[in-house]
Design a protein around this ligand. Structure first.
Ligand code: PLP
Length: 410
């Protein structure tokens, strides 16, 4: 029986709670309403063309950049590039930098728990231009140790890319300190940070951090998929990695997707409206969910740090003796939607490289489940999940040949 048939046979659950916000999220009505006019009412022109629909389109792009710049304390729209996704922003940061600095070559440093959209462009820069790539290890909670980090920095290091927040285990990296160390040893280093999972969840000030490039993804803040942004500090040299027709965006050949950009602008507005209140709400919901799971399900491991060094929306636990895939299906029958390991890897059933890098064994990584809370959740959603999770895990453990006898009983 297929998963689809199974869900159909099981019928509608009494409630649905979507926690898979890491991989994709729902887009609130306000964001959809902000996009719709740009398909056929206003701004449907090409932003580079000088007529009314073109100017209106240009305004959307410009205002979005201004707004994004403001939220991270960048100088202005000239330091923001709108991209088709967070993936493209990471590719542009790394490959665009490598392309512009190919004669210099040198080393690219990345942490061992970066998103694949950082790893792969770094490897491409090695293959295409001869850069060397080194991975910096992390400790059992996902932190890059500043002392170990300093041993990787020398005059040969050209680019560093270390994420602000890990997308799977929520570790908040001390980027400010890492930038300080790197630039003290080698002032010519360019520092990129992937902030896809930090933006909208914690305050970001590019000047305070000292970073040179920073990645944002729209769907991580309830914006539409397929839009992102890259901050590039004035003076940092990158080259476009896509080429083609001229557009108002020097790094984006082709007509800007103005409706999606208008949606992204609205999502940014909403994320930063009542920012502190929303962050506090997420923190409370995260703790309620994490504490609730730990207190109601025996033999679970929390992946990543606890407390203030964990981003406010992330709960990642390994339910021992059961497979992540089986858990996602079982939870789904109850209307609880989560992902296992990482979406990038779960389809091929490879354990997540992040969990392996923090020292989890394969079987622990396979039983890992990622929940992300957001400002649209409420306590009833969390409590509904907490009522159902222990029952579902108990049922799966009964069926699993890996479960020890003391967990098999009623
Ligand atoms: C940390 C991180 N960086 C980059 C991306 C890629 O963003 P997008 O999905 O917009 O391509 C993701 C997406 O899941 C992510 O988690």
């Amino acid at each position: 029986m297929s998963v689809k048939d199974l869900l159909k046979e099981h019928g509608e659950p009494p409630r649905e709670v979507y926690f898979d916000l890491e991989n994709s999220g729902y887009v609130p009505d306000e964001v959809i309403e902000a996009m719709l006019p740009y398909f056929n009412k206003i701004g449907y022109g090409h932003p580079s063309i000088t007529h009314k629909p073109g100017w209106e389109a240009f305004e959307v792009v410009k205002e979005t950049k201004d707004l994004v710049a403001k939220t991270i304390n960048a100088r202005g729209s000239e330091e923001i590039i709108i991209t088709h996704s967070g993936t493209e922003a990471n590719n542009l940061a790394i490959l665009g930098y490598a392309l512009a600095n190919r004669s210099r070559k040198g080393k690219i440093l990345v942490s061992a728990i970066e998103h694949l959209s950082v790893f792969f462009p770094a490897e491409k820069a090695k293959d295409l231009f001869g850069f060397k790539v080194q991975q910096i290890p992390v400790d059992e909670k996902g932190f890059v140790d500043p002392e170990i980090f300093s041993t990787y920095i020398d005059k040969d290091v050209s680019l560093i890319s270390i994420q602000m927040v890990n997308h799977e285990i929520g570790t908040i990296q001390n980027i400010k300190e890492l930038v300080r160390i790197a630039k003290e040893i080698n002032p010519s280093v360019v520092f990129h940070t992937d902030a896809a999972d930090a933006y909208g969840r914690m305050r970001i000030d590019v000047n305070d951090l000292g970073v040179d490039m920073l990645t944002i993804s729209s769907h991580k803040i309830h914006g539409p998929r397929g839009v992102g942004a890259l901050y590039v500090r004035s003076g940092v040299k990158i080259e476009p990695i896509l080429v083609g027709q001229l557009s108002s965006e020097k790094y984006w050949p082709g007509v800007e997707n103005v409706p999606l950009i208008a949606g992204f602008r609205k999502a940014v507005e909403l994320a930063f409206k009542d920012f502190d209140k929303n962050v506090e709400k997420m923190r409370k919901l995260r703790d309620r969910l994490m504490d609730g799971i730990v207190n109601s399900v025996p033999e679970v491991l929390i992946n990543g740090p606890v407390g203030d060094k964990r981003v406010v929306d992330n709960v990642n636990v390994s339910f021992l003796y059961v497979e992540g895939e089986a858990i996602t299906v079982e939870f789904s029958l109850q209307g609880i939607y989560v992902s296992s390991g990482s979406a990038c890897t779960s389809r091929v059933l490879e354990p997540s490289h992040v969990l392996l890098a923090i020292g989890r064994k394969h079987e622990e990584a396979h039983g890992s489940i990622l929940f992300k809370v957001c400002r649209y959740h409420n306590e009833e959603d969390i409590d509904y999940a907490l009522e159902n999770i222990p029952v579902a895990i108990k049922r799966l453990r009964k069926l699993s040949p890996l479960t020890p006898p003391h967990l098999k009983g009623d």
